[in-house]
Design a protein around this ligand. Structure first.
Ligand SMILES: [Zn+2]
Ligand SMILES: [Zn+2]
Length: 54
């Protein structure tokens, strides 16, 4: 699967710290956030249901 930050689009595959979790709204989409976006609490968007949130 692709490891792309849902907020900034960076490839997190080589990064040591990132978070990956299921969309809290639909439970289907996978949200990935790089360390920077997590720290800055940038918004993300679910590909499946278009849910937006931190
Ligand atoms: Zn990011
Ligand atoms: Zn969703």
């Amino acid at each position: 699967m692709k490891l792309i930050c849902s907020s900034c689009g960076i490839n997190v595959a080589g990064q040591e710290e990132f978070v990956i979790f299921k969309c809290p709204n639909c439970g289907e989409g996978t949200i990935i956030r790089c360390r920077k976006c997590k720290k800055l609490s940038r918004p993300y968007k679910c590909d499946v249901c278009n849910f937006e949130g931190p």
